[in-house]
Design a protein around this ligand. Structure first.
Ligand SMILES: C[S@@+](CC[C@H](N)C(=O)[O-])C[C@H]1O[C@@H](n2cnc3c(N)ncnc32)[C@H](O)[C@@H]1O
Length: 209
């Protein structure tokens, strides 16, 4: 299956990265997927389409995001929400009449999978501790890029890894967000997990040895 962009913004915009990502998911065939950092929901939609092909209705997708820029996250590396493409500006302003960086807009993009999807608006530093991680078998970690946030997010993913699930982290080697690599390296070392660096340092895949 090829990664589609649905006329929105996504982290996986570079040619081939989205297709590579979907192939990674396909290898594991997860049934209970968590994405930290949903943004416009493009990856969420691709994941739901893929999991539907594999499992029909028998899968769950949980997506967590701040869904707003505020005081609390002013130190985070936030993707730009502004569209430079005027066609996209017109499409969202006058046709869809929605801001794609809202939970409502992402719900709309995922409306074919209503029964499978659960979106949460909030900060992973507060929300992850409330999520039952015991059933989750795949995490795509692509939320806050600050060292402490990545450290927190990974710590809550230990149960997933210990249950033989997979945590795939985006932006492992991002020059302007060095906290991501630092947090992942420390986490992997302290738990003695296996960590594979993929796509020239873009992704870090963490699993039990
Ligand atoms: C790089 S984008 C995610 C892109 C998305 N995964 C994709 O593939 O298109 C990062 C997202 O993480 C969210 N974010 C940043 N810090 C967060 C936090 N502490 N808790 C939850 N979400 C956070 C931002 O609002 C932003 O939407």
């Amino acid at each position: 299956m090829l990664y589609k962009k649905y006329f929105r913004k996504t982290s996986l915009k570079q040619k081939g990265d989205g297709d590579f990502f979907l192939e990674e998911i396909k290898k594991k065939k997860p049934k209970f997927f968590l994405e930290v950092g949903v943004f416009h929901g493009v990856t969420a939609r691709n994941v739901c389409e893929l999991l539907f092909r594999i499992h029909k209705d028998d899968f769950k997708y949980i997506g967590l995001d701040l869904f707003e820029e505020n005081e609390e996250n002013r130190f985070e590396v936030m993707p730009k929400t502004f569209f430079s493409n005027p066609l996209k500006q017109i499409y969202f302003k006058y046709i869809k009449r929605q801001d794609p960086y809202t939970m409502e807009a992402v719900q709309d993009l995922l409306s074919n999978f209503k029964a499978n999807v659960h979106l949460i608006k909030g900060n992973s530093n507060k929300i992850l501790q409330k999520i039952d991680m015991s059933k989750i078998d795949y995490v795509f970690l692509d939320g806050g890029h600050d060292f402490d946030t990545v450290k927190n997010d990974l710590n809550h993913c230990s149960e997933v890894i210990n249950n033989y699930g997979t945590v795939l982290c985006d932006d492992y080697n991002l020059s302007y967000a060095p906290g991501v690599k630092k947090a992942i390296d420390k986490f992997v070392e302290s738990h003695n997990y296996r960590c594979e660096i993929l796509r020239n340092g873009r992704f870090a895949k963490i699993e039990k040895k």
